[in-house]
Ligand binder design. Structure first.
Ligand SMILES: Cc1ncc(COP(=O)(O)O)c(C=O)c1O
Length: 452
């Protein structure tokens, strides 16, 4: 018998074969569309990594509402993936749908702002404690632009990231630590520049390494998630951020917090909840209720330095911004979302349910004595194949197991439960119910029972 992460791997493979058959039998329409898609869509999908899900062929969605969606074959699902945070406040929130429809009839994009921009910026300042804001279409772009402002404002070239980070497809961050050395991520396609020239990388939670890399005063900014969420979850150790923030200040390095996922912590993100004061902050994905848009904020001092850099620059292309950025539709969506959807009440509901979910998963793991753990950051919960939570990207990477993930994910999917396709992340939204959480925990339990 082969054991993997505490389960009987032979049984798991057998179960997986059955689950593949079950998936195929119940989804003739998705199967047909997948076949057709191969004719004109590269890899048979609109975005190549849509081919990386656990499913034997692509699952096609008919409609999504609140915490659930229906596929084209009429199968119903409770969605714990929620567009990997894009729909963290529910699919198609009514206030956003209304605002988008009304705004679309009054114009979508003009390259001039609507009055909503002023309201949204002032609401962002109130929530996140940073006084100045700019916009982008995606969190990737917001990170790219924030990095440019940081380099321009400091006159420094180096970027610092944590090993195993993900901040979207901004090229600069794809540098890993391999045997203590920075190495460009081998999977990058078509990247011809030597990224290690301008990007440094250290392990999360390693203050000594952080200080060593900042000491020469060449690092413009540290771009980081306050808790790592993209390589499985890695939490900061107590006192880590206070000390890291102090080191950044001492060596004149700006701190950019990418709160795109950790907005799950609360209204003001992880930084506000934990009393951190980054120089800049990036948020994307759920900000417009799923409508493409992202935001990034500046402290008063950083805003002054950024404006100074622009004033002193040669007139012409700044390399920051895109034509559709801050369009009227996105602004209307953000206004409605911030005013009526991303509310304290919504968060309170999500925290309560995520707590129940994390406890339920922990109870199953304990009952079956699995060497797994569960970590929660507000509305975001993750189970990982290790008894001790990882402390950095290398430890988190070592326990990723995509074969194992696929088996669990497909099992859950066949029982009408969707979780994120990469690692084991689950989100709850304002419409998720206790019954949904119980269903997930029961299915997780029944999976484990079949493979131990
Ligand atoms: C922390 C973080 N920042 C930025 C991004 C990029 O977001 P987008 O793909 O919407 O540009 C992601 C995507 O997963 C993310 O997790």
């Amino acid at each position: 018998m082969t054991t993997r992460h505490g389960i009987n791997w032979d049984k798991a493979l057998q179960l997986h074969a059955q689950e593949r058959e079950r998936f195929i039998a119940a989804r003739p329409q998705s199967r047909q569309l997948s076949g057709q898609a191969g004719q004109h869509l590269l890899f048979g999908v609109p975005l190549h990594w849509m081919d990386d899900w656990s499913t034997p062929f692509t699952l096609y969605v008919k409609q999504a509402q609140g915490a659930s969606f229906e596929d084209v074959d009429g199968n119903q699902y409770v969605d714990f993936c929620l567009g990997d945070t894009g729909a963290m406040f529910g699919h198609g929130p009514a206030p956003v749908a209304r605002a988008v429809a009304e705004q679309a009839a009054r114009g979508i994009t003009t390259m001039l702002p609507s009055a909503d921009a002023v309201w949204v910026a002032s609401e962002l300042a109130r929530r996140f404690g940073l006084p100045y804001w700019q916009f982008a279409m995606t969190a990737t772009d917001a990170n790219r632009f924030a990095l440019r402002w940081a380099r321009a404002a400091t006159g420094r070239q180096q970027l610092l990231v944590f090993n195993g980070c993900y901040h979207g497809t901004i090229d600069d961050v794809f540098v890993d630590l391999v045997d203590g050395q920075p190495v460009q991520r081998a999977s990058l396609l078509g990247q011809v520049y030597d990224l290690t020239q301008y990007t440094r990388v250290v392990e999360f939670n390693d203050l000594a390494a952080l200080e060593a890399v900042l000491q020469d005063g060449q690092v413009a900014c540290l771009l980081a998630e306050p808790a790592m969420t993209n390589i499985g979850m890695v939490l900061p150790e107590p006192g880590f951020w206070e000390a890291a923030q102090a080191l950044c200040r001492r060596y004149g390095t700006l701190l950019i917090m990418d709160e795109t996922h950790t907005i799950s912590t609360g209204m003001g993100g992880y930084s506000r909840a934990h009393g951190l004061a980054p120089d800049m902050m990036v948020l994307g994905k759920p900000m417009g209720g799923g409508v493409p848009c992202a935001v990034y904020g500046f402290s008063a001092e950083m805003a002054e330095r950024a404006q100074q850099a622009k004033r002193e620059a040669v007139p012409g292309h700044s390399g920051i911004g895109t034509t559709l950025t801050a369009n009227m539709l996105a602004m209307a969506a953000m206004r409605a979302n911030l005013a009526e959807v991303m509310t304290e009440q919504a968060y309170a509901h999500m925290f309560a349910l995520a707590g129940q979910l994390a406890e339920g998963l922990r109870a199953v793991i304990a009952r079956h004595q699995l060497p797994w753990c569960v970590t929660q950051v507000g509305a975001r919960t993750e189970f990982q194949f290790t008894a001790t939570p990882p402390r950095n990207g290398s430890e988190a990477d070592a326990i990723l197991d995509s074969d194992m993930e696929h088996i669990i994910h497909l099992y859950l999917l066949n029982r009408g439960l969707l979780i994120t396709p990469f690692h084991n992340m689950l989100l709850v939204c304002p419409q998720t119910t206790m019954a949904d959480v119980e269903r997930l925990v029961e299915a997780f339990d029944s999976f484990v029972q079949q493979v131990i």
